[in-house]
Design a protein around this ligand. Structure first.
Ligand code: SAM
Length: 234
């Protein structure tokens, strides 16, 4: 059985897609998407030996070697020039690494129509990259599994800034423009949690004699707290 997290990612893979799952590890996501009759074919990309071998084994075990190509390499470099890939999934990494993989693999994105990204932390790096590169966020989800909160971002080529009209752009980047509008219970849990965590850091900074005027970390935290206050009444 697939985790709720990866199941959510899989739910956004378009029907009959040919997709590349980057950092696939055990290749559960491509195997599942094909066995469910959703995707037509997939590439499972992995940079590390162990996960690459476990992806190979899993694909063999599922008898899917004819439709899933397991490849070892860095990021989008596993996609060959001119190879037709409709969709890319990148899940279970930090936002900074996902952004780096997209940025370095830009030339491989020309034929891609959808990106499904699941950062474990720092989703704002990805949102900013999407705007800067002409990708429109069309859907966002937040979910809880095993006491962890995960965000899933779905983007398509288009009017990159459109979802950001409700709150300030900065608040949209940090909290997610679609998630902020929906304000689900899970969303509120995440940001009230972060807010109280920041508050306790500020208290510790004050105890240690730091002030807003003289401490950059202090200023950064206050800035983020204000962005949360803009969206939630805390
Ligand atoms: N995507 C799976 C999931 O969500 O369950 C696996 C997530 S696992 C925590 C992250 C995987 O990404 C690791 O197996 C790691 O080897 C791989 N990885 C990290 N950087 C990568 C890169 N630049 N290119 C390809 N794979 C990478």
């Amino acid at each position: 059985k697939l985790s709720k997290r990866l199941e959510t990612v899989a739910s956004y893979v378009p029907k009959d897609a040919i997709f590349a799952d980057i950092g696939s590890d055990h290749a559960y996501l491509p195997c599942y998407s094909i066995l469910q009759g959703k995707a037509k074919a997939a590439i499972a990309g992995e940079i590390t030996d162990g996960p690459y071998l476990s992806a190979k084994n899993q694909v063999m075990k599922c008898n899917l070697t004819n439709v899933i190509s397991v490849r070892q390499g860095d990021g989008l470099s596993v996609i060959e020039d001119g190879e037709s890939v409709d969709c890319i999934t990148i899940a279970g990494m930090g936002g900074a690494l996902i952004k780096k993989i997209l940025e370095e693999g830009k030339s491989k994105l020309t034929g891609v129509t959808r990106l499904i990204l699941q950062p474990n932390i720092h989703a704002h790096y990805i949102r900013e990259w999407l705007v800067d590169n002409g990708w429109e966020l069309i859907e966002e989800e937040i979910l809880e599994e095993d006491d962890k909160l995960y965000e899933v971002l779905v983007a398509e080529k288009g009017e990159a800034k459109r979802p950001y009209d409700h709150y300030s752009y900065e608040a949209g980047l940090l909290l997610g423009p679609i998630l902020a509008k929906e304000k689900s219970e899970t969303f509120q849990k995440k940001w009230t949690g972060e807010y109280h965590h920041w508050k306790s850091i500020i208290a510790k900074l004050e105890e240690a004699g730091h002030t807003y005027e003289k401490n950059e970390k202090y200023q950064e935290i206050i800035k983020q707290m204000k962005l949360v206050e803009e969206v939630l009444s805390i």
